[in-house]
Design a protein around this ligand. Structure first.
Ligand SMILES: [Zn+2]
Length: 473
């Protein structure tokens, strides 16, 4: 891992084909205007230094300062590194399990819980490495993860994930997930994977103390993330909110994902999901919910007024027949919205560039006003707003030097007039170059410092061993 730790010095990204993300948004609360990139196509380049964007050069302007490396970007589209706002890394070991595919959420979960219960800390380690590789290659530079599976087989998985992210140079906001409402108490998960509330809270506080960096440009942050209303007791929801407030960390959970979940909440708590969460003190600025498919209009305005946000996961919502997240209506209600790939058992990939295309196509189905640039904004500035990271999601001076560059020289883009639109509508598959915190993570389409064949071999072996232990091989 030598080069990932080596400072890159000053990098000049010279004369890019297009730069996205240097325009000033109309306000801090809104995405850039739909045609906002057009006026900024012709810039002389970007100067990166000391982990930040130092300068945006005008067209024809030459940089006079010392430069350690010049990237000729004439055939590259340059954009802020993409931000993934919802994932479950461990699920990459259970992609396309025959008994789980083609099922809706609840039976899909009850099929997979017993398999996930068999995972060990080494499985989480290799799953995290594999998924971070996949995300980086797709141009993602900041990711969250929601790990809520803890059992006697698997202690301290979050520490393992932080260590891997540090080794691979990925910027992360990991979450300490939890489940406390087992089948015996009327919840959905088996007893084997639920924890005592006191144990969850003690471990959450330990993890905040060990890993959370509250500063701007932080590479590692943590949020607290009880899993869902149907797997967590109201007491743990409430106590997690209090602990998050005490340490000023974010809160995350699944909410309003399916109609089954709404029916469960009405049956178990006598309330709709958002009312239940609000009563547990969750409607606050640092809360973001995964999915948000089934809110009514009044609920959307309450979320917006609270300053909370939504992670939109289009592939997962389609695959599990969950529904279509009304993101335009949520935006009009001032709800911050980011993009997420969701877990690798409900997508089943971790390619955030492809997810932009999915979001675009899914919204176009019912909303003719939705644009490809709206989808890109969700994966960049939207994610940054959702995670309260104003230094991410754009490339103006002072931004973190998290940059994704995509080649325009691919078969699928040939003949395109608007090349940025082509990248999103034809669909980008893989980034050409990626920097995180000013460090090269992908060069010429290849991950720095990682033998992908060896990694896939190890990951596949771990997956097969897991299925064996769970009796589904
Ligand atoms: Zn999820």
């Amino acid at each position: 891992m030598t080069s990932s730790k080596t400072a890159q010095g000053t990098v000049w990204i010279r004369e890019p084909s297009i730069v996205y993300g240097i325009e000033q948004p109309a306000s801090a609360q809104t995405a850039p205007p739909s045609d906002g990139y057009a006026a900024f196509k012709s810039v002389g380049g970007l100067i990166l230094n000391n982990g930040k964007v130092d300068k945006v050069l005008a067209q024809g302007e030459t940089y006079r300062g010392p430069v350690d490396e010049v990237i000729d970007a004439q055939n590259l589209i340059v954009m802020p590194g993409l931000i993934n706002t919802h994932h479950h890394f461990y699920q990459s070991l259970t992609r396309s399990i025959r008994t789980a595919i083609n099922q809706p959420l609840f039976p899909w979960l009850t099929t997979l819980y017993p398999i996930w219960a068999e995972q060990h800390a080494q499985d989480v380690e290799v799953a995290t490495r594999l998924v971070l590789a996949e995300l980086l290659l797709s141009g993602c530079t900041t990711t969250t993860d929601h790990h809520y599976l803890f059992s006697d087989n698997c202690s301290n998985p979050i520490d393992v994930q932080f260590q891997v992210a540090q080794d691979m140079g990925m910027r992360v906001m990991l979450t300490r997930g939890s489940m406390s409402l087992g089948r015996e108490q009327g919840g959905l998960p088996p007893q084997k994977v639920v924890q005592r509330e006191a144990d969850v809270l003690a471990d959450s506080e330990r993890l905040i103390g060990r890993w959370h960096d509250p500063n701007t440009y932080a590479m590692a942050q943590i949020a607290l993330a009880p899993c869902s209303p149907f797997s967590v007791t109201p007491a743990l929801l409430r106590d997690s909110a209090a602990l998050a407030a005490k340490h000023d960390v974010a809160l995350h959970t699944h909410l309003a994902e399916t109609e089954d979940e709404t029916a469960f909440c009405i049956d178990a708590f006598g309330k709709r999901p958002l009312d239940h969460l609000e009563q547990c003190d969750w409607l606050r600025p640092r809360t973001w919910f995964a999915h948000g498919v089934h809110f009514n209009a009044q609920e959307m305005y309450r979320i917006g007024a609270a300053g909370a946000g939504i992670s939109h996961c289009p592939s997962s919502n389609m695959l599990l027949s969950s529904g279509i997240c009304p993101i335009t209506r949520l935006s009009k209600a001032s709800v911050a919205i980011g993009l997420g790939v969701d877990g690798s058992a409900s997508n089943d990939h971790s390619n955030l560039a492809q997810e932009i295309r999915q979001a675009y196509l899914l919204q176009r189905l019912t909303n003719p006003e939705y644009s490809h640039l709206d989808a890109l904004a969700m994966a960049t500035s939207g994610g940054a707003r959702l995670l309260h990271r104003p230094e991410l999601g754009h490339l103006r001076p002072g931004a973190a030097a998290d940059v994704a560059m995509f080649s325009t020289r691919e078969l699928r883009f040939s003949g395109a007039q608007d090349m940025l639109a082509a990248l999103l509508i034809s669909g980008a598959h893989q980034a050409q170059h990626v920097l995180v915190n000013g460090q090269w993570r992908v060069r010429h389409g290849e991950l720095v410092d990682t033998d992908l064949d060896a990694l896939m071999h190890e990951h596949n072996a771990a997956a097969h061993a897991l299925w064996q232990r769970a009796g589904v091989a």
